[in-house]
Design a protein. Structure first.
Length: 182
């Protein structure tokens, strides 16, 4: 049996889970989330806990077992606490600014880039170079962070670009250092 799938999901105060016509509805202080249940996957709710149970032992069912449990757990955490992801902008003249629901980025191109945030996402900027994204949907947060990082990925020689705060960039020696050893 799946090690992740068999773990129960504890419900914090203020978060409720309901079954509604073949889907799981999670409600919390930060909103509502809905996940469709695949065939042969059941959800049992009781005692402030949610358990995901599978009917059958096919490969597809086993893989969906852990996935559904993790999706429900992410919804519970996201709707009670929320998720955040930090990005660092490195480079001379590179900076970000939040105006309304859009992020204005200056990344060394001939024009500023305006990134429109999807609904349910917030952003804040510290010192013009640290961008923090917040939201209650973990998947959407990861996609938005990856798209913003993709606007100017970090390069290996000087490290300029947008990187995740916990990311380590492998640096390469430049042309001068490569020929000095010959």
């Amino acid at each position: 049996m799946s090690r992740i799938g068999r773990l129960p999901v504890r419900l914090p105060p203020g978060v409720t889970v309901q079954l509604d016509d073949g889907s799981v509805v999670v409600k919390g202080p930060k909103g509502t989330d809905r996940h469709g249940l695949p065939a042969k996957i059941r959800v049992e709710i009781g005692d402030g806990m949610v358990r995901v149970v599978r009917d059958g032992d096919e490969r597809q069912t086993r893989s969906l077992h852990g996935l559904m449990r993790k999706m429900i757990a992410n919804s519970v955490v996201g709707l009670s606490q929320g998720f955040s992801r930090s990005l660092e902008i490195i480079g001379v003249g590179y900076r970000a600014e939040v105006k309304g629901n859009a992020i204005h980025l200056t990344l060394g191109y001939s024009h500023p880039i305006v990134y429109q945030l999807p609904p349910g996402m917030q952003a804040k900027v510290d010192r013009q170079t640290i961008l923090t994204l917040e939201g209650n949907n973990r998947q959407l947060l990861g996609e938005v962070a990856a798209q913003i990082r993709g606007l100017r990925p970090p390069e290996p020689y000087k490290g300029k670009g947008i990187k995740y705060a916990d990311e380590h960039i492998r640096r390469k020696a430049g042309k001068a250092a490569a020929t000095a050893g010959k």
